[in-house]
Design a protein around this ligand. Structure first.
Ligand code: ATP
Length: 287
């Protein structure tokens, strides 16, 4: 019998704004984030297996492919929760840099939940997939919903927003791996001198003002990562000097993104980065 094969795209997310309000009793941090997606994406291929098993492969050798992988965990969660006895073969074509602040693993988990919902004919509504996603990681619900959103709580409470003004997004990841848990562990909310303004960013987006969006970019986790890894600061400075209109570290880093409104400037920023880091991507926001 010919087995059905399906595909899901798993795009990277960037934080246009990331603020931390406080540390909660449950150990998580209370955050306020504005997130959007860019067209750098992993691709997850899923095919039913004739036996009751989850098999995951990838073209890259440096990520776990067992129960430590978030896409694997997503499949296992669906099987356990809904008593699925069908199996799946998943192949992950990894394009998003790993441990980069781009939610690659979370987006793969979201792609697995969306795809297996179809492959196994579970007919779960997106709201239920989002709730399941929250069990796997704080960024997974956003990756299921996609688009642009204001995320609160530990990042799992979402309010969808209109797309930000379109622009070029140049992503640069220095060759260091940053653990999100480490960065939050070192973060001290009382050390902050100021917080970025959610209302300013929301207003820039609703007025579709590219300059105001650039001015409202902010990420309080830069206070930890830039201090610890000076190369991240160097990349930011390099993008600013090369003419990027707005520059920010995404998530817990170390990826830095530069926003550019005019195509003519893209090559200048890209070329300026080449000496600094090998992993540089030119992307568009997904609208
Ligand atoms: P976030 O922004 O959500 O913190 P990130 O982009 O910083 O995510 P990931 O690329 O998701 O980080 O991966 C962090 C770690 O998670 C990796 O070091 C890897 O061992 C593990 N991991 C689990 N599942 C995946 C996956 N599908 N792809 C990549 N890494 C994964």
């Amino acid at each position: 019998m010919e087995m059905t094969k399906i595909y899901e795209k798993a795009p990277a997310k960037i934080n246009l704004l990331l603020d931390v309000l406080r540390k909660r009793e449950d150990g998580f941090h209370e955050v306020e984030m504005i997130m959007t997606m860019v067209d750098v994406a992993d691709r997850l291929e899923m095919e039913e297996l004739p036996r009751d098993q989850i098999v995951l492969t990838s073209q890259v050798g440096f990520i776990p492919l067992d129960e430590k992988n978030l896409a694997f965990q997503a499949a296992r969660l669906l099987k356990e929760r809904y008593g699925v006895t069908r199996g799946v073969y998943m192949h992950l074509d990894k394009q998003i840099p790993v441990a980069a602040g781009l939610a690659g693993g979370s987006s793969d988990a979201a792609a697995a939940l969306r795809g297996l919902n179809r492959l196994w004919d579970l007919q779960l509504p997106l709201s239920e997939l989002e709730a399941l996603g929250a069990e796997l990681g704080s960024d997974v619900p956003f990756c299921i919903r996609g688009g642009t959103a204001l995320a609160t709580g530990r990042g799992e409470r979402l309010e969808s927003l209109q797309a930000p003004p379109q622009c070029w997004v140049i992503l640069a990841k220095p060759p260091i791996n940053v653990s999100t848990a480490d960065v939050y562990g070192k973060f001290r909310v009382n050390d902050l001198k100021s917080h970025p303004s959610i209302p300013d960013m929301l207003s820039a987006i609703s007025r579709q003002s590219f300059p105001d969006m650039c001015a409202a970019l902010g990420n309080v986790l830069e206070s930890v990562t830039l201090h610890r890894y000076p190369e991240v600061k160097q990349i930011k400075d390099c993008m600013v000097r090369a003419g990027a209109d707005g520059v920010l570290m995404s998530g817990s880093g170390p990826t830095v993104f530069g926003l550019v409104s005019k195509e003519i400037k893209v090559a200048r920023v890209y070329n300026a980065l080449r000496g600094f880091c090998k992993e540089v991507f030119v992307a568009r926001m997904l609208t």
